[in-house]
Design a protein around this ligand. Structure first.
Ligand code: NAD
Length: 341
């Protein structure tokens, strides 16, 4: 180890203080599976509901001239502090690039030093899928068997992976995307990966006629209408995670039981942000948070007829709890570490 004024003779309980682990996508992928992500994310919801985490609101750096934005997402959870720095560039798809790209810095709250810098893109996909899985576990009808996917990109993949882990008895998955090719590719790939009966749908309406509907598009105009959704459906509204984004018609939200991941964040940038701004729904009409349902202070689904809507914006605590899991698993292994200071 290089000796300098920061590192001489000082160690934390985690690692030599100046050594930082550098974890690329392939390492992170190997170290985190969906079962683990589901447990970690469910736990993060509980800890949030019990007031045992710190998570200031996301900070947005909007760059409209580049058609994208960056977000800084800090959090403290279970002895780990960290930051996810993530960009969302929907137009990247046309350039054959990822539209969501993230890096996580995991730090030791004892010394304030960084422990690891890792790919956060895979963690974002996995923890978002896991949040959807937890929502389905607590809010969907247990006899749900038809899934409608709207949007066939990255998030759609981990959403279905997570749902398939929490819901036995999936009979059919229908997938709609603005690009038929994308829906076809999704159906082919997920059929092989999950051994499910998956087919492309011709219209949003066709995909939305399901027991569970998952929306994962960056749409800024509501694409799922109230009349598309039958009583008893559960919806995971994932795509809206920035001001001005909206996938569900406001009337649909008004008639449903809305459960958010975090009230302040969802009000600013979730599925409810536009109808709230337009005065079409009020904050008091939001039923509660998924964390409250997980810890049992609020009931989840109360009848087979109600429409439940999970408004997911994505929480930094989910990223950091998953990053910590990855870090703990590879500590002491031969993953590259370098001296940052
Ligand atoms: N809630 C969260 O925690 C969270 C986390 C990550 C990403 N997101 C958001 O989810 C959305 C999707 O992210 P992704 O990584 O899957 O992106 P992606 O680019 O991989 O996939 C998006 C898909 O939606 C399709 N699409 C776009 N507009 C559509 C429309 N009007 N109708 C039908 N299909 C349409 C695109 O063709 C594409 O296949 C983005 O808005 C992103 O910001 C949310």
């Amino acid at each position: 180890m290089r000796h300098n004024r920061y590192s001489v003779g000082r160690e934390t309980k985690h690692s030599p203080i100046a050594k930082v682990l550098l974890l690329g996508r392939s390492e992170v992928e190997e170290l985190l599976n969906m079962g683990e992500a589901l447990n970690a994310v469910e736990r993060s919801f509980s800890l949030k509901a019990e007031g045992r985490v710190l998570m200031p609101p996301k900070l947005y750096l909007d760059l409209p001239e580049y058609h994208g934005d960056f977000r800084a997402m800090p959090a403290y959870i279970e002895g780990s502090a960290g930051l996810k720095w993530v960009s969302v560039y929907p137009g990247n798809l046309k350039r054959n690039l990822l539209s969501v790209v993230a890096t996580i810095i995991l730090c030791d709250p004892d010394s304030g030093y960084p422990l690891a810098i890792m790919d956060g893109t895979y963690i974002t996909d996995m923890r978002t899928g896991a949040a959807g899985g937890v929502a389905v576990k607590y809010l969907a009808r247990r006899d749900s068997s038809i899934i409608g996917m709207i949007g066939a990109g990255k998030q759609a993949r981990t959403q279905l992976l997570a749902i398939s882990e929490v819901l036995p008895g999936i009979k059919e998955v229908k997938v709609f995307d603005q690009y038929r090719d994308a829906a076809l590719r999704y159906a082919q790939e997920m059929r092989v990966n999950l051994n499910l009966n998956i087919r492309p749908a011709e219209t949003i309406e066709e995909a939305a006629e399901a027991d569970i509907v998952v929306t994962t598009t960056p749409s800024r105009t509501p694409i799922v209408k109230k009349h598309h959704i039958k009583p008893g459906t559960h919806i995971n509204a994932i795509g809206a995670d920035a001001k001005g984004k909206q996938e569900l018609e406001s009337d649909l939200l008004r008639g449903g039981k809305i459960i958010v991941d975090e009230i302040e964040q969802a009000s600013h940038s979730g599925e409810i942000n536009v109808p709230l701004c337009e005065g079409l729904i009020k904050v008091e009409e939001i039923y509660g948070t998924l964390g409250e349902v997980v810890v049992g202070t609020k009931k989840g689904r109360e009848s087979d007829a109600e429409i439940t809507i999970f408004d997911s914006t994505g929480l930094a605590i989910q990223d950091i709890i998953c990053a910590k899991l990855v870090y703990e698993k590879c500590r002491g292994s031969d993953v590259p570490a370098f001296e940052l200071f």
